[in-house]
Design a protein around this ligand. Structure first.
Ligand code: ADP
Length: 163
């Protein structure tokens, strides 16, 4: 069984992430979406539990996709799934340097671990979780940026953050 691991912070999951996840689900037998719990990012908008709830909601229609949380190194997490491959989205040249560096670091820890890149869908090349957070903060329209099923939750969270 070939497993793809789609890692990220998912703060929150966007249509860009979901596009990569569902394309990976067509290529691989199984996709494990791996939510980084210790992401080296300042003050996430959503708790890990909220990120997982949103992801589980939006991947529910895909029987071969599951959502896991990872508190350690991704290259160690990947050892749980024999022959697993990391699958990531590549939006622009600006993603390349970081991803190249991450792959080399991961291989130092787990030399068998390969990373494959799917080019971002042209509808979503501009899209990131930080753009969604910004839009939500200012009460802008989120339709077309994140899956419809989680828009109300994101709006409510943003509203409570504005106080
Ligand atoms: P990280 O904080 O680790 O970058 P993200 O949650 O921002 O995690 O992104 C996780 C993965 O999803 C990354 O590989 C990133 O390239 C990919 N990704 C993010 N946004 C998009 C998008 N709009 N289209 C395609 N891939 C994307």
């Amino acid at each position: 069984m070939r497993t793809a691991i789609c890692p990220g912070s998912f703060d929150p999951v966007t249509l860009g992430h979901l596009n990569i996840i569902t394309r990976a689900a067509q290529i691989f037998d199984r996709v494990v979406v791996c939510v980084a719990a210790n992401a080296n990012k300042p003050t996430p908008m959503f708790t890990v539990e909220e990120k997982i709830d949103m992801l589980r909601t939006v991947v529910a229609p895909y029987p071969n996709v599951s959502v896991e949380v990872n508190t350690g190194l991704l290259a160690e997490f990947a050892r749980r799934y024999e022959g697993a491959v990391l699958v990531k989205g590549m939006r622009a040249a600006s993603d390349f340097d970081y991803e190249f560096q991450m792959d080399l670091i991961n291989k130092r820890i787990n030399p068998a671990l390969e990373t494959m890149f799917l080019t971002a869908d042209q509808r979503y090349t501009f899209l990131s979780s930080s753009i969604v957070r910004e839009m939500a903060h200012y009460g802008a329209e989120l339709s077309g940026l994140v899956p419809e099923e989680i828009i109300a939750f994101i709006e409510a969270k943003a509203k409570s953050g504005r106080g």
